[in-house]
Each structure stands twice: as structure tokens, then as C-alpha cells.
Design a protein. Structure first.
Length: 353
């Protein structure tokens, strides 16, 4: 394997995983089959279930989501084949300072190196981002996907997967919208000109799993994440009611859904984006595939008017999503020696806690 353990991977003591983490009392599991009806008692029950999972956990698993298991098998196999290639081959599609898409094996989360390698692509073949982080920046840069030559079916399989998972993400956002008392399509309109982004994660066996993490603790910056994981396990979620880390037990052919920072801001903190991380182990490699449902780069994110009032004023200043994304990407690419951008930086001063 390409990764070699050194000090750069070592987490501060308070962030290291405990030797055993409970899978008990974990995130809710929601059966999505009432979606087919689209109305009626079972459907209202589903909306309520999604609402309470978002409020109490920020995370849930979905089953009967309508995506064929074969689609999942195909992308899992493609990821396995790609990451098994020699490093020189993978580096032919390497992410660089000037293109955030492609292969990368030296990502940092909060300035500590992650024990993983990744392949990133956008579902629209190219992505537009603001040229700088200057307020009011109008210039943009365009980035293109970098597809590897091997395995030959890689691109088609990724495309097939992204089409399916995107449909599911829209359904989930409709359920979330309804659960907030909004119309079904209220949030969907933000995803015209979306910047949806898929990451293939490979976590090789790690010789020091008690010192390192596959991904350090973080919150997802986008609107919603739809994650496929294999049966190895390792995703830990910070439980809201007591702050304990709990391991998400893999359920075959299910997806893990979590609210991202943007839904937290839109909902004015009714739903919170919850911290999570990935623990690694010394025996089995693990694969996971998050789909990040992101609005267009020009979206200015702020609490929705319908969800604020005199008694519940907006808790955030408006910020530009493209610039937020860009700043995050840069800090994950190389150690910047400062804290990376977080939504609490936009919390209104009077209310900051
Ligand atoms: C991420 C992430 C979790 C996992 O890539 O943002 O949280 O299980 N991944 O790989
Ligand atoms: Ni994440």
C-alpha cells in the first residue's frame, strides 16, 4: 500500500478513538417505502420520522430506498479496482493545487492527516467556483473531472451511480422540507445548477488504529450527505443527547443520511449538522462513498424567512457557499496552520454561544 504511518497521522490524545465503541443505541433506521404512495397516513408518518431523526440525531439510515443493489455492487467493485492500481497509475489523475477533482492520498482534516485515499468527481462533469474569497467576487474558475483509464468501465459506473443517488437525494430533501413545515419543493429550487460532488473513500488497514483516524472529526459543509458504506464499519457519529461517539452498524444495501451545515443554517438551527469521523482498523480495508448534495456556487446561504420570526430571529449572517467550499478545500489540501472555515464564524454576534 502507498500509505506509510508517520507522525503526521497522529491525532491529539483527546481525539483518538477509544479501543471499543458501542454500536448500541445507534442512529435511527427509516424505511422509505411509503414514498411510493406520496401521501396518506404512512407518508405523513415517514415525514414525521425524518423530522425527528434530523432534530434528535442529524443522522439516520434508510432502507427500501429504491436503488438497485446491483448499482451499489458495481460502484463498490469499480472503487476496489481503481484503488488497487499502482500508485503511479492513480497519480495520473491526481488532484492538484489548480484542480480539486481526482485522486488524492494526503488529505488533512483540521490539520491532521487522514488515513485514507480518495477519488473525487462532480456529477455535472465540471464545477464552477469563485476565483477568490474576496467579498463580492464575480470571477469564477471552472474545474473538470479527471477520469482514469482503468478500470475501463469506471466512468460509466460512476455516472450510473450518481444519477440514482441524486434522485434519492431530491426525495430526501423533499421529506426534510415537509418536515420543517415548508412545501415539498421549497428546498429543491436551491439545487438548480447544483455542485454535487461524489467521493470514493478507501481506508487501507492501518498499523496504528488507536492513534490515527480515517477522517478526523468534522461536520459536512454541504446541504445533505447520502453515504454508502461497505460491511466493515468505522463511521462514528457524535450522539447529540450525551456527546458520546457511537459506531454506525453497517446494514447491507442501506444508505446513511446526514444533515449538513447548509440545512442547519436554512433551518435556523432547528436541525443541526452533527460531528462524525472514521475509525480505522489493522485488519480490513474499508470503502465508502459519500454523495454531497450541494447548491450552486453562487448561493448565498442564510436562515429561511419562513423559519425565522421576531421570537426566533435569524442566527446567521449570510455567506457565499462557493467561497465557503473553496476555503474548506484549500485547507484540506494542505496544512494552513489555522482553523478551517466553520459556519459558527457566521453566527450573529449577539447570539453567539
Ligand atoms: C466524509 C465522511 C464517512 C465515511 O467523507 O465526509 O464523513 O464513512 N466519510 O467514510
Ligand atoms: Ni463527513
Amino acid at each position: 500500500m502507498g500509505l506509510e504511518f508517520d507522525d503526521a497521522f497522529i491525532q491529539a490524545e483527546e481525539h483518538r478513538p477509544k479501543p471499543s465503541i458501542s454500536e448500541a443505541g445507534g442512529i435511527p433506521v427509516i424505511d422509505l417505502s411509503p414514498i411510493i404512495a406520496g401521501e396518506g397516513e404512512a407518508f405523513s408518518g415517514l415525514v414525521a420520522e425524518v423530522g425527528s431523526a434530523c432534530k434528535n440525531w442529524g443522522f439516520f439510515q434508510v432502507i427500501n430506498h429504491g436503488i438497485d443493489g446491483k448499482v451499489l455492487e458495481r460502484i463498490h467493485a469499480a472503487a476496489r479496482e481503481f484503488f488497487a492500481l499502482p500508485l503511479e497509475e492513480k497519480r495520473r489523475v491526481r488532484r492538484g493545487e489548480d484542480n480539486p477533482l481526482g485522486y488524492y492520498d494526503a488529505e488533512n482534516t483540521k490539520n491532521v492527516r487522514d488515513w485514507k485515499e480518495v477519488f473525487d468527481f462532480v456529477t455535472n462533469e465540471s464545477a464552477e467556483l469563485p476565483a477568490t474569497e474576496e467579498p463580492g467576487e464575480k470571477r469564477t474558475d471552472v474545474f473538470w473531472n479527471q477520469w482514469p483509464e482503468y478500470p475501463p468501465e469506471f466512468r460509466d459506473v460512476c455516472k450510473e451511480y450518481s444519477k440514482e443517488v441524486e434522485k434519492l437525494a431530491y426525495k430526501l430533501v423533499e421529506l426534510i422540507s415537509l418536515s420543517l413545515g415548508l412545501s415539498a419543493k421549497r428546498l429543491s429550487s436551491f439545487f438548480k445548477d447544483d455542485m454535487n460532488f461524489i467521493r470514493l473513500n478507501h481506508y487501507p488497514p492501518c498499523p496504528e488504529p488507536q492513534l490515527a483516524l480515517g477522517v478526523g472529526r468534522h461536520k459536512d459543509g454541504g446541504a445533505l450527505t447520502v453515504l454508502f458504506q461497505d460491511d466493515v464499519g468505522g463511521l462514528d457519529v457524535r450522539r447529540k443527547n450525551d456527546g458520546e461517539w457511537v459506531r454506525v452498524k453497517p446494514i447491507h444495501n442501506s444508505f446513511i443520511i446526514n444533515v449538513g451545515d447548509i440545512i442547519q443554517v436554512w433551518s435556523n438551527d432547528a436541525y443541526e449538522s452533527v460531528e462524525h469521523r472514521v475509525s480505522v482498523n489493522s485488519e480490513r480495508e474499508r470503502f465508502s462513498i459519500p454523495f454531497f448534495f450541494n447548491p450552486a456556487h453562487y448561493t448565498n446561504v442564510k436562515p429561511l424567512e419562513e423559519l425565522t420570526s421576531e421570537e426566533n430571529p435569524a442566527r446567521y449572517e449570510e455567506y457565499n457557499w462557493g467561497q465557503f467550499f473553496k476555503a474548506r478545500k484549500n485547507s484540506n489540501f494542505k496544512k494552513l496552520g489555522k482553523e478551517n472555515v466553520q459556519i459558527y464564524h457566521f453566527k450573529k454576534a449577539l447570539l453567539a454561544n
